[in-house]
Design a protein around this ligand. Structure first.
Ligand code: GTP
Ligand code: MG
Length: 452
């Protein structure tokens, strides 16, 4: 089936969930890496991508994924930081992910970012399964390294099993409160109607064969039409991160979700001021099973096909924005592609008013999420931009008429040192946080204090 897997696109799988519930650890177990251990405070700061080939999937899944049954090339996993909004994960008009794994710590249950994730999955109509993680922490658990979960359950004491069941039923209840009917995955007949819950441990690997089996089955069964796209056409992607690389200058970490990109291609990228038109100097692909976020040894390649994570080196990328679209021009008119990119950016643009607060965020997606949260809280926005806090932002905030609006709300951004000098003068107040709802809450408390 080689010719078939050449034409089917790799499904994109987003891994979502609350901080520390084990997203990166799960991926580490699957790809045989230790990315989580290398993270400062074991906290993921940026969205990442890892291509896991079918061979690896079937090795991990044993009898549950037989390569001959599948003509998908593998899975492209997107790791997300639990403490961020992940709405950066958008593609032309929708969600970047074809399917998602919602990771929930069985002991901790639903937490704020679990809820945030579920709301976004609901809004974007993304099908998902739930990985009920850390089953190994159940009191009296008898670990069964890498085994399918039902095999492992056979080896557990009655007490451990009923303890775990208690947590799992609580989870199923919480999903139901959110309007999703769910059940243990082995009881689910129709995954489009019912959410499958897969008990797993990222530590011992128990249940991971099941998780991969369900993912592959779902992708093959329900999404084959979407995967059978013309990946030979011009490439479409989303910027995950803009990064300085020695010898290359500013580069883009991109998820290519459609089509093909070649070295030398003319591309259009969403920039802070206007769309950037440039030519691909080099395409750097992480090795299979490597996380693009931490990979040090990239292979220089001539072309990359969707879906894949790829680092793009090209001139003039300094002003590119995380969350922005990337498009290969191909044999189209470049102006037409510029207009497309502008239209896509306009879709994300935030409504600003004559009077209000200044908002800065690290990506387009988080800016959009901030704007939505502020709109709900009825906080007007004077200016909203992607980027670190600069002196100009302080100057703009100081022009607000109302004292409660002489404020900058910074989501996951740094304060440039010369801007700090301006802030120290005390006219403009800065709120910064890397959790959106906390940021909005802090600001609302400040306004309440002020009005008292
Ligand atoms: P963020 O990226 O910060 O949102 O966190 P995360 O969801 O990626 O969590 P991460 O994988 O970094 O794991 C957090 C902590 O939980 C680490 O100390 C892991 O070792 C631990 N952990 C993750 N999965 C398991 C598990 O299945 N069992 C046990 N016992 N510990 C786990
Ligand atoms: Mg993580």
């Amino acid at each position: 089936s080689t010719s078939q897997s050449d034409t089917l696109r790799t499904p994109i799988v987003a891994v979502l969930g609350h901080v520390d519930h084990g997203k990166t650890s799960l991926l580490d177990k699957i790809r045989g890496s230790a990315v989580s251990e290398g993270e400062a405070g074991a906290i993921t700061q940026h969205i990442g991508a890892t291509a896991v080939p079918l061979d690896t999937v079937s090795q991990m899944a044993g009898a549950l994924v037989k390569p001959d049954d599948f003509d998908l090339p593998g899975l492209l996993f997107i790791d997300t930081p639990g403490h961020h909004s992940f709405s950066t994960l958008r593609s032309r008009g929708g969600a970047l992910a074809d399917i998602a794994i919602l990771v929930v710590d069985v002991n901790d249950g639903f937490q704020p970012q679990t809820e945030e994730a579920i709301d976004i999955l609901k809004r974007t109509g993304t099908p998902f399964i739930v990985a009920a993680n850390k089953v190994d922490t159940t009191p009296g658990w008898n670990p069964q390294q890498g085994e399918p979960i039902q095999k492992s359950l056979e080896k557990q004491s009655k007490r451990a099993k009923s303890k775990l069941d208690e947590s799992l039923y609580q989870l199923i209840g919480e999903l139901s409160d959110k309007g999703f009917s769910s059940d243990f995955y082995w009881r689910v007949q129709n995954f489009q109607k019912n959410i499958g819950v897969v008990p797993v441990s990222a530590l011992t690997g128990e249940g991971i064969p099941d998780l991969l089996g369900v993912l592959m089955g779902l992708s093959q069964r329900y999404m084959k039409d979407e995967m059978a796209i013309d990946v030979a056409g011009p490439g479409y992607g989303t910027v995950l991160e803009v990064k300085e690389e020695r010898g290359f200058g500013a580069t883009l970490d991109v998820v290519l979700y459609d089509g093909t990109i070649h070295a030398g291609d003319t591309i259009v990228v969403g920039g802070a001021n206007e769309p950037i038109v440039t030519e691909v100097r080099a395409l750097l692909q992480p090795r299979p099973n490597a996380e693009i976020r931490t990979e040090k040894r990239f292979d220089k390649v001539d072309e990359v096909r969707a879906a894949a994570g790829v680092k793009i080196a090209a001139p003039d990328l300094e002003d590119a924005m995380a969350g922005a679209p990337v498009r290969v021009v191909g044999d189209r008119d470049v102006d037409e592609v510029i207009r497309e990119v502008e239209a896509e950016l306009a879709d994300i643009e935030v409504t600003t008013e004559e009077e209000g607060v200044v908002v800065k965020a690290d990506t387009l997606g988080s800016l959009e999420a901030m704007a939505n949260a502020l709109q709900e809280a009825e906080v007007p926005i004077l200016r909203a931009e992607v980027g670190d806090i600069a002196p100009r932002d302080v100057a703009v905030a100081s022009t607000a008429r109302e004292p409660e609006h002489k404020v900058i709300l910074g989501f996951n951004v740094d304060v440039l040192s010369n801007a700090q000098d301006e802030l120290d003068k005390g006219e403009v107040k800065l709120f910064d946080d890397d959790v959106i709802y906390q940021l909005v809450e802090e600001y609302e408390e400040f306004v309440d204090e002020m009005k008292r």
